[in-house]
Design a protein around this ligand. Structure first.
Ligand SMILES: *Cc1c(COP(=O)(O)O)cnc(C)c1O
Length: 422
């Protein structure tokens, strides 16, 4: 019904902060639309708009909405109850998959969000090395906890809160910040932290500043710096895991990390995070070791079932290359449609447009692009039936069900948006 989202938003604003529960959702102008259904590559709003979805829950839905195999497994699980507070078979099955693809010979701990995953990974790195400081990169987002809310991307960037109020300066002081794609900057930061550098944490492809791929030598250089300082290298693969390849960014770029954090895709659209590393590191976690982690909902069977069904479907259907192919076509079409007015970055099935004539190789380049124009682009695309992220500082994603028909609709929308934005 027309006007329904507006009505719901006004009421929600009385009960929810800004009418939402995560800040980027409020970036949709003039107010967030409410969604009542997701079907394959589409979402249906409360106002009965049918939109091709390139947000896909901000990354998890590599198979699109309401995938049949995932749905069936979740329902089967729910028939048998949904929380036991004990280990389950399905948790073991998902652990085997994750470890064999991402950290052969290692172990995994399932938690409930990417935020918990990076928090636990950093605690583990500190526990393992006996050191306190971490290095992160300007523009990289690793979730919403204190250690990493320093010059972060995603909504933290959009809202200009590089250091959130409420993060003690003593905590922020343990985080040294370097520039992405700048090894000299990373080297200086490592020097500053010296023999107190526990870990370097990085998004191997930045997905929270739009999309910014790493330079050829950048990830390799970080590996070398971590080794030189006796620090651990943490790849935050919450987005790139099971998206760039089955082995994620490590396999894609040929660089090994010591700890990998996962989330999003491995939960099939249900809440999840995971930490994986070689056993020597993982065995420091409780109950084996002195580094604490626990969670009522860790490895809850519904999430485990959805995650396992998702990974098995990817294995059986070539979902990653289908998603990548769709992204490639759309990115190329967008580049041509805007004819030099926009720059498009893409790595496999993640991509983003920036309204700038320069190529975007750093978070500073992303910030310097015309964000107001991007916001208009978002509005126009919605008018023509396509949901792209409302913020410049997010990635667009494709799924395995973004087929030719969907691509055609999108190209039509891009063509019209481009001609109106000139
Ligand atoms: C989304 C994201 C997180 C946080 O995950 P949540 O499940 O939202 O807590 C961490 N790191 C990266 C790279 C992400 O994209």
């Amino acid at each position: 019904m027309l006007g329904m989202s507006k009505e719901l938003y006004e009421e929600a604003s009385k009960f929810l902060v800004g009418g939402v529960d995560s800040p980027v959702r409020a970036a949709v102008r003039p107010y967030p639309f409410f969604v009542k259904e997701g079907v394959g590559p589409y979402i249906i709003t409360e106002d009965n708009e049918k939109l091709v979805d390139y947000v896909l829950g901000y990354g998890p839905l590599i198979l699109g909405h309401a995938n049949e195999a995932v749905k069936r497994r979740v329902i089967e699980q729910i028939e048998r109850g949904w929380l036991y507070g004990t280990p389950t078979r399905v948790e073991l099955e998902l652990a085997k998959k994750v470890v064999s693809y991402v950290m052969p010979g290692g172990k995994v701990r399932f938690v409930n969000s990417g935020t918990e995953a990076t928090m636990t990974a950093i605690r583990l790195a500190r526990g393992f090395t006996g050191r306190n400081k971490i290095m992160k990169f300007d523009g990289c987002y690793h979730g919403a906890h204190d250690y990493v809310l320093v010059q972060a991307g995603s909504a933290a960037s959009e809202y200009g809160v590089p250091n959130s109020r409420g993060v003690p300066p003593q905590v922020a002081a343990l985080t040294v910040v370097a520039k992405y794609n700048d090894l000299e900057s990373a080297d200086r930061a490592a020097k500053a932290a010296g023999d107190d550098l526990a870990a370097i944490i990085v998004e191997p492809v930045i997905g929270n500043m739009g999309v910014i791929p790493p330079d050829r030598e950048f990830l390799r250089g970080l590996r070398e710096i971590a080794d030189r300082y006796g620090s651990l290298l943490i790849f935050d693969e919450v987005i790139t895991g099971f998206r760039l390849s089955m082995g994620g960014a490590q396999q894609y770029f040929g660089v090994k990390a010591d700890i990998v954090t996962l989330g999003k895709i491995i939960g099939g659209g249900f809440p999840i995070g995971a930490v994986t590393a070689r056993s020597e590191i993982m065995d420091l976690l409780s109950p084996r070791g002195p580094v604490f982690n626990a969670g009522t909902f860790n490895a809850n069977p519904v999430t485990m079932s959805a995650g396992l069904a998702t990974i098995e479907t990817i294995e059986a259907t070539d979902a990653l290359s289908k998603a990548s192919k769709a992204a490639k076509e759309i990115a190329e079409y967008a580049e041509a449609a805007f004819n030099g007015a926009a720059s498009v970055n893409r790595v496999e099935s993640m991509f983003q447009l920036f309204f700038t004539q320069r190529s975007v190789v750093s978070p500073d380049d992303a910030r310097a692009s015309d964000r107001e124009k991007y916001a208009k682009f978002h509005e126009l695309m919605r008018k023509y039936g396509v949901f792209v992220p409302p913020s410049q500082f997010e990635s667009q994603f494709t799924s395995a069900v973004h087929d030719d028909e969907v691509i055609l609709t999108t190209e039509e929308a891009l063509r019209k948006a481009a001609s109106e934005l000139k």
